[in-house]
Design a protein around this ligand. Structure first.
Ligand code: B12
Length: 117
């Protein structure tokens, strides 16, 4: 886990190092820290396009469409995140996609994740 508020700066090298050893990146954002969260998300997606990134928190929950159109994030979990995040991890691990995504409460995703059943 990386707490950028506690860290007090955006340490790109550290963020990318952490991302490099991850199978999934989750980022939390409210509207105050969304500009920073967006930088982080876009940096990670530029360096590792195949690494799935999921956003949660009040800002992506309230402004889901805007967040999808203004960042490179793959998934947004709206509302409470604990249970849906576990289900998303399981789904990605087993490589199941549609229609399993539909069964994850609060999960929003981009059309490119739709695959023929
Ligand atoms: C506690 C609190 C504070 C505390 C924070 C203490 C702390 N160190 O964390 C204090 C008093 C410091 C504070 C300050 C501020 N706050 Co405040 N605060 C809250 C409050 C009441 C609860 C937040 C909380 O911790 N909830 C519990 C956690 C567990 O819930 P959560 O963060 O929503 O996370 C859940 C989901 O969103 C999701 N999730 C979250 N992150 C992620 C990530 C991933 C990957 C996934 C999958 C899911 C996920 O899963 C979580 C668990 O289910 C909310 C109102 C509310 N009821 O939500 C306002 C709220 C967050 N605050 C708000 C505001 C405006 C502020 C201030 C700007 C006020 C000010 N003018 O100074 C400052 C900003 C501080 C900052 N720099 O960010 C707004 C934010 C609005 C927005 N659109 O962003 C809220 C929503 C209140 C409101 N309705 O206006 N706040």
């Amino acid at each position: 886990m990386l707490d950028l508020i506690a860290l007090g700066r955006i340490d790109e090298a550290l963020i990318l190092k952490k991302a490099n050893s991850s199978n999934l990146v989750g980022v939390s954002a409210n509207s105050l820290n969304w500009p920073t969260a967006r930088l982080v998300v876009n940096k990670i997606k530029t360096e590792y396009p195949d690494l799935p990134v999921v956003l949660g928190g009040i800002h992506p929950t309230q402004y889901t469409e805007h967040v999808f159109t203004s960042s490179a994030v793959d998934f947004i979990i709206r509302g409470e995140g604990e249970a849906p995040l576990v289900k998303l991890v399981e789904t990605l691990r087993t490589k199941k996609r549609r229609p399993v995504f539909n069964e994850i409460p609060g999960l929003c995703w981009r059309d490119r994740y739709f695959m023929p059943v």
